[in-house]
Design a protein around this ligand. Structure first.
Ligand SMILES: Cc1cc2nc3c(=O)[nH]c(=O)nc-3n(C[C@H](O)[C@H](O)[C@H](O)COP(=O)(O)O)c2cc1C
Length: 272
């Protein structure tokens, strides 16, 4: 499961791989680029050597397939800043969904986009799962609410809010969305906790933006995250094992936004 070596039939000895990774060096005696012995031990499989090689001469296995497509070498030609700014600004938290399920092939695209997210040290240990069963969602909903209500200071405000939205939804925590996606980290090193949370945040953002491009609506679900701390049973119900996790609802939106809401640019320290 790693970079295996260099295909010398293809390699033009250009040395570009050296610019991306210290595991490559130029052997002066043989006058060729070589890869360190036992690359599996050092390599974090970031794949930059594969990406940069003009001859596609890097041998690898078990880490997926490299993609080539128009614009990959010049990403700014794929989309303009204006387009991406509008797309990002149009991203809303959707709290009203059609009951129609999202076809598995479409959901798979969301997971594929999530798999493209960067993670610290390229570990990519995060696991994905999806809950699409209405009854199981209700059980999870109830466990989340019970946990949230038991948190002093939070309970009053939340109880009132959920009492109101419970009138409209069977599972108000998830707005009766047809699916909830969970991402969790199996790592249990407290010193890495923030980084694992960063990974999950980035993965979910990739998924949510991909979903938007597919005509789907999503909403981060911090409530599950809050609840999991006081009720570990929720992990079992959400089919996750790690302590650090994130969740979002996903489905066809039953709401349309006519403008992007106001957002002010905060003063930026250091920018003249
Ligand atoms: C980390 C995170 C957790 C969130 N958790 C919840 C949540 O539990 N329930 C909810 O309705 N919205 C949740 N949201 C959505 C925010 O309330 C929302 O992004 C914010 O109000 C701005 O609205 P917009 O996303 O439509 O721009 C969360 C957002 C983030 C980034």
């Amino acid at each position: 499961m790693s970079i295996l070596g260099i295909d010398y039939e293809k390699c033009s000895n250009c040395g570009l791989c050296l610019t991306t990774c210290i595991l490559y060096r130029k052997d002066r005696d043989q006058n060729k680029v070589i890869l360190v012995d036992n690359p599996r031990f050092y390599c974090n499989q970031c794949g930059q050597c594969i990406a940069v090689c003009p001859e596609d001469a890097i041998l690898y296995e078990g880490i997926g397939e490299a993609l080539t497509y128009e614009g990959v070498e010049k990403p700014e030609t794929i989309t303009s800043y204006d387009t991406i700014y509008k797309f990002l600004s149009a991203n809303r938290s959707v709290r009203l969904y059609k009951s129609k399920k999202v076809p598995p092939d479409t959901l798979k695209k969301v997971f594929e986009a999530m798999s493209r997210a960067p993670t610290a040290d390229n570990k990519r240990l995060e696991r994905f799962s999806i809950l699409s069963d209405r009854d199981k969602m209700k059980i999870l909903n109830d466990a989340v609410l019970e946990a949230i209500y038991s948190i002093p200071k939070r309970n009053k405000r939340f109880e009132e809010m959920f009492r109101l939205i419970s009138r409209a939804f069977q599972s108000p925590v998830y707005f009766d969305a047809p699916h909830v996606i969970f991402v969790d980290s199996p790592e249990n090193f407290p010193e890495d906790a923030e980084m694992q949370a960063n990974n999950i945040g980035i993965i979910i953002t990739y998924g949510r933006l991909a979903a938007q491009a597919l005509g789907l609506g999503t909403c981060w679900n911090g409530w599950t995250q809050i609840a999991i701390r006081s009720n570990p049973k929720i992990k079992e119900l959400a089919n996750i094992r790690g302590d650090i996790m994130g969740a979002f609802t996903i489905g066809y939106p039953a709401i349309r936004f006519n403008r992007s809401p106001p957002r002010y640019l905060k003063p930026i320290d250091g920018l003249e």
